[in-house]
Design a protein around this ligand. Structure first.
Ligand code: GDP
Length: 293
């Protein structure tokens, strides 16, 4: 496990007595720890640099408030900067013509199929009529997995092994209209890497059904690679949000900071376990606290 940033900063400042303002030397000593902690949390190097520069600007010369010691003061500034970098929560785009299409994209193993079912469960609990589309015909096991998960959460799953993914999503959409569904969640094919075939297919789906939301599912354990993945998908489709999965593991969420900071795509949900209810609506304050440890 990582040593928490809070502990690290407390160690840096342990020799210092409370004083009126944070000096440049104090701040630089603290920022070395902040930098290491963020790199440990797999935040991309370029983002770490920009972030610490922002903190430095705010911290040097800042008054240490009476209630806090210097370490706490720096932690407060880092926390606030983190929240600002992570961005405010943005909701799903649920109003408008029905069914609203939510398309999930991502690499194989990212937790996309699980996230589709978790999201279906969440939206159903909010009174939506949800239909799932299993648009991953290359992997029969994925279709079966979604059918099973759909059964668990009480949501119907549209499948048809004869159709290619764009046709399948189109048919599911028609079914959604006929059946009076308010939301269609499309679980698209995942591959082990981003290739032209996958990207062409995703584009073809968006041409057919015009999704209200396109959510990228990223495994938080992939570390620095997460930024590369997000940039690759963003260049193909208009991402409206991010679902960061496996946040219950050792990963501290550095991927969230990198992706949000570089691509501007807002984080919408966190996957926090294998269970079907292990989906959190993103909250920047809670995530910043987790990253700081
Ligand atoms: P897909 O290939 O992207 O559709 O990925 P899956 O949905 O099949 O998930 C891959 C594996 O990750 C499965 O074993 C899931 O149970 C697991 N998984 C998905 N989301 C989470 C999560 O938030 N936390 C944990 N611990 N495991 C997850």
């Amino acid at each position: 496990m990582f040593e928490s940033l809070t502990d690290r900063l407390n160690q840096v400042f342990t020799q210092l007595r409370r004083r009126g303002k944070l000096s440049e030397a104090d701040v630089d000593a603290a920022l070395r720890e902040v930098r290491l902690a963020l790199l440990d949390a797999d935040v991309h190097y370029s983002v770490v640099k920009k972030f610490t520069a922002g903190v430095r600007e705010r911290a040097v010369g800042a008054e240490v408030s009476r209630a806090l010691n210097p370490a706490q003061q720096v932690i407060k500034i880092v926390h606030e900067e983190l929240i600002s970098t992570l961005g405010e929560p943005e909701r799903l785009n649920l109003t408008g013509e029905k069914p609203r299409v939510i398309m999930l994209v991502g690499l194989q193993g990212s937790g996309k199929t699980t996230a589709a079912a978790k999201l279906a469960r969440l939206l159903r609990s909010q009174g939506e009529r949800v239909l799932l589309a299993a648009a991953d015909p290359y992997r029969p096991a994925a279709v079966q997995q979604l059918v099973t998960l759909g059964g668990t959460v009480g949501v119907e799953v549209f499948t048809d092994s004869r159709l290619n993914p764009p046709e399948l999503v189109q048919k599911a959409y028609e079914q959604g209209i006929k059946g009076g569904y308010s939301i269609l969640i499309a679980d698209t094919a995942g591959r082990s890497q981003m290739d032209d075939t996958l990207m062409d297919e995703l584009k073809a789906i968006t041409r057919k059904v015009k999704p209200a939301d396109i959510l990228l599912v990223v495994d938080s354990m992939v570390g620095q690679e997460a930024l590369h993945i997000a940039e690759g998908f963003r260049d193909t489709v208009t991402l409206t949000g991010l679902i960061l999965t496996k946040m219950d593991g050792d990963a501290r969420g550095g991927a969230a900071i990198s992706i949000r900071s570089v691509t501007g795509v807002p984080i919408k949900f966190l996957g926090v376990g294998e269970g079907i209810d292990a989906l959190e609506v993103y909250d920047p304050r809670r995530l910043a606290s987790r990253i700081l440890g």
